[in-house]
Design a protein around this ligand. Structure first.
Ligand SMILES: [Zn+2]
Length: 288
């Protein structure tokens, strides 16, 4: 695999919508070179729909895996990617036909790209290949806009990890997603967006592009239970602790931790840095 290739990295918790996502990528004008789904929820016999797709099944004795672990899953995907460029999508979105091509084009000019979401009722699309292909080729204006205006500057709060792209070396140089966001399911992407913008360009605003965009369901799709977890099943034995100056709650028996909204980043690097040596992953390649 050439070092210029594109890896679509997806923290995959919703097995029910992964086929729709893969069908959407397969129906695009420019297919990614690799798709990496991180998690234990997608089964080994998930079809690849003509794409090159691998599952990474993570394990760790130090980092929480199972619930509210999206920062860990995204970091494992980034650090274990063989590709030079990463596209970040969520498991319940559907990319547009030109999403991958737009990311390739824009990453030739900048280290990162923050894209857009268009909300739409996706319940009728299901996993019908023809309906997914039709959606992929539907103009963006057919969906409700996430932002007030696109192709203009926004504050870093408009950074969504469910539709972004970046050079892998820049993500790693920035420390990836901050593990201070473990135990939460929000904010890790805005924090990364702010740190990338500050470190690379010395600013706090971000340009929200369209293209690329991805279709996002109007109603959040439900999560299934974790396919595997290293977290306590019957409640945690909690304690207050301090790590790197950050007050948080952790568990005496498992890697669970959480904090109130972490402080706005003032440093280019995460408060709680990801150590790739503390998380393993078993690789499963999907077949058609
Ligand atoms: Zn616990």
């Amino acid at each position: 695999m050439a070092a210029t290739d594109i890896d679509v990295v997806v923290p995959a918790r919703r097995a029910a919508t992964v086929s729709r996502l893969l069908m959407g990528l397969a129906a695009g004008d420019d297919r990614p070179d690799l798709v990496t789904l991180i998690g234990h929820e997608v089964p080994d016999d998930q079809p690849a729909f003509g794409l090159t797709v691998r599952l990474l099944r993570p394990a760790s004795t130090r980092y929480p895996i199972g619930d509210h672990d999206v920062a860990v899953r995204r970091n494992i995907g980034i650090w274990r990617s063989p590709c030079a460029r990463i596209i970040g999508l969520d498991d319940d979105v559907v990319p547009a036909a030109d999403t991958v091509a737009a990311c390739r084009r824009l990453l030739a000019e900048d280290a990162y790209v923050w894209g857009h979401h268009r909300y739409r009722d996706l319940s009728a699309v299901g996993t019908d290949p023809e309906l997914v292909a039709r959606l992929v080729h539907t103009p963006a204006g057919a969906g409700r806009s996430r932002e007030l205006g696109v192709n203009r500057w926004h504050l870093y709060q408009s950074c969504y990890a469910g539709m972004f792209a970046a050079r892998r070396d820049e993500l790693i140089a920035s420390g990836g997603f901050d593990l201070a966001y473990c135990g939460r399911h929000a904010g890790e992407d805005q924090d990364l967006g702010l740190r990338l913008a500050r470190r690379i360009h010395g600013r706090e605003q971000v340009f929200i592009h369209e293209p690329p965009f991805a279709w996002h369901p109007e109603q959040p799709e439900p999560w299934g239970p974790p396919g595997w977890t290293n977290l306590c099943s019957g409640g945690h034995r909690t304690r207050s602790t301090v790590r790197n100056g950050l007050d948080l709650m952790s568990c005496l028996d498992c890697p669970w931790m959480t904090t109130d909204r972490p402080p706005k980043a003032t440093d280019p690097l995460p408060l709680l840095a990801f150590d790739p040596g503390q998380a393993s992953a078993t690789e499963v390649w999907l077949k058609d």
